[in-house]
Design a protein around this ligand. Sequence first.
Ligand code: SF4
Length: 411
Amino acid sequence: MKTRTVHVGNVLIGSGHPIVVQTMCNTHTSDVEATVAQCERLIQAGAQIIRITVPSLKDVPALQEIRKRVQADVPLVADIHFSAEVAMAVVPVVEKIRINPGNFHPKHEKARELFGEFLAKCKEYDRAIRIGLNHGSLGKYIVEKYGNTPQAMALAAMEWVEMCIEADFYNVVVSLKASNTVVMVQAYRELARLMQERGVVFPLHVGVTEAGNGDSGRIKSCVAISTLLSEGIGNTIRVSLTEPPENEIPVAQYLANRYGIPGQAVVIPDPDQASLLKAACDWGAPLLNHEVDDIPLEDEYLKDEIMQACRRRFYKPEYIACPGCGRTLYDLEDTFNKVKAATAHFKDVVIAVMGCIVNGPGEMADADYGYVGEGFGKVTLYKKKDPVLRHIPEDEAVEKLVELITADRAE
Ligand code: SF4
């Protein structure tokens, strides 16, 4: 799909440029040493753009210091949730800012006004932005106006896209992530269609959010991202894993090369993963598009994983887990593995494990149960969107989650 070209520092995204691989730090931004060290490892691994969360104004000086110390030709992106004030404060500091403008203010008109001011500042500093809307955190106004569907996500994004066009600001990337691969693929297709109809096509940042870890996380990302890339939708990608972010890069590189420049060698992360990634990419689109109902793989485990990633057959609980970021206040990966081990026997259930209480509950989308870290060794357990047990000590929380699900099943 022909798009406009966006420049993030000196990295070009869109039109005929190769697919750009990016990732995100999971260190605390206030810990400058750890964040700079992680950025260096990510650059070494092949990250072309790195995102860093900025939870509050007091983290801005740390971001400034990180920007000074990370090699200048690798653009940094500030990840902003909710605060227009923080978004404005980071514009002079980094090359790109990721925002969900609908969350700038509870009153929609005020959010629009703040977004207008933000765009003016980005224009002044020649910054790029990403309008990043996630399924599950669309905001009350959007859900009331458009519903909570892939079409709603695309329409919601178009409102902000229109504002950028009106402001004559074109250094814009858009994303519509979801953990549900069907929703995610439909949302991006719809947005691509709407932008083409509008005659202004911004590059798309494509990813499956809260994909989890291990084989499942890789397969979920591959089936959905490859489906879109094979249709020419997607210009920069992130493979989100609940693992050290370095692990995301080889998977993203595999995808970028496979759907990138014809003739360019496809990088295979390691021989063990080669067949897994290849099978997920080969069968993702046919399954998601309902062109086939089964796949001829001898490896039953791989077959089950791919079928579940495409939401065609569920053989185990569906897990949602965020990748963690500077807001995470506990060992997310370890906890997620414990939750998976303790709940593997349940069927037909969606279980979320989220790193923070600020965004976790909103981002859990359609989870039946949620394990959300509050910080300071405490956890809140959710049933759907409702917190049902608060401030549980971390070392009891997995057991309480199992009790909660078991009790519901017994009813
Ligand atoms: Fe970070 Fe996870 Fe919280 Fe999202 S939900 S802000 S990734 S800790």
